[in-house]
Write a protein that binds this ligand. Structure first.
Ligand code: SF4
Length: 210
């Protein structure tokens, strides 16, 4: 698998499995998503800060660890590419375990918060002790706005699922942050109040896909 990946790169542009932004190393382990968010830049192109995040195939554990290499000048490693990392839960857990054994870097997951709906169980205990921070894309203050923005396949349950996921994560993960993309017309203050009612911090993310 790994040799095939190496041989298939030229003459094509190399895909990016690990990319650095400031003091964070981001891991791009899947392009699959549960949602189809209307603001997602990937529907225009899979480029981010000059990195090509379009995967030719889903990387293996060895592929990702090779891409991480021996990182320098970073504080944290983040599971966040153009895809929902928790759709590859087993791989993510295996990588996080390996990283915790090798390094002291903080480990963060950026997620849509629907993994418990996808798996039909609470997956937060799988991450406890391995993940230091989970940033959950709340994105809306109510189910109808969430459906409109994120096209969740779970309908009204999708929004409730995100809120429940935040509540479950708060009990076992040291830091949980709810975020919302500042889409015009979406009430950021209502999102903030909801996040606070769920007992977590809130952060607004820039809307760039205009
Ligand atoms: S979950 Fe993230 S990567 Fe997936 S469509 Fe939404 S914004 Fe894009």
């Amino acid at each position: 698998m790994h040799e095939q990946r190496k041989q298939s790169v030229p003459p094509f542009e190399a895909e990016t499995l690990a990319y650095k932004i400031r003091n964070s190393l981001y891991l791009n382990i899947t392009n699959r998503c549960t949602n189809v968010c209307i603001f997602c830049p990937k529907f225009k192109e899979y480029k981010l800060y000059g990195n090509d995040l379009l995967l030719k195939s889903e990387p293996s554990f060895e592929d990702v660890m090779d891409a991480i290499g021996e990182p320098v000048a970073i504080d944290e490693i983040v599971f966040c590419g153009f895809g929902e990392s928790l759709l590859r839960l087993d791989l993510l857990v295996r990588i996080a375990k390996e990283l915790k054994q090798r390094y002291t870097y903080r480990i963060r997951i950026n997620t849509d918060g629907q993994a418990n709906l996808v798996y039909g169980r609470n997956i937060i205990p799988d991450l406890a002790g391995l993940v230091d921070c989970i940033s959950v894309s709340l994105n809306a203050p109510d189910p109808s706005t969430y459906i409109r923005l994120c096209n969740t396949p779970f309908g009204a349950d999708g929004f409730k699922g995100v809120c429940d996921f935040i509540g479950a994560a708060k009990n076992l993960i040291p830091e949980v942050i709810a975020t919302a993309v500042n889409v015009p017309g979406v009430d950021m203050e209502a999102c903030r109040l909801l996040a606070e009612s769920l007992g977590v911090a809130f952060r607004v993310r820039g809307f760039t896909n205009g």
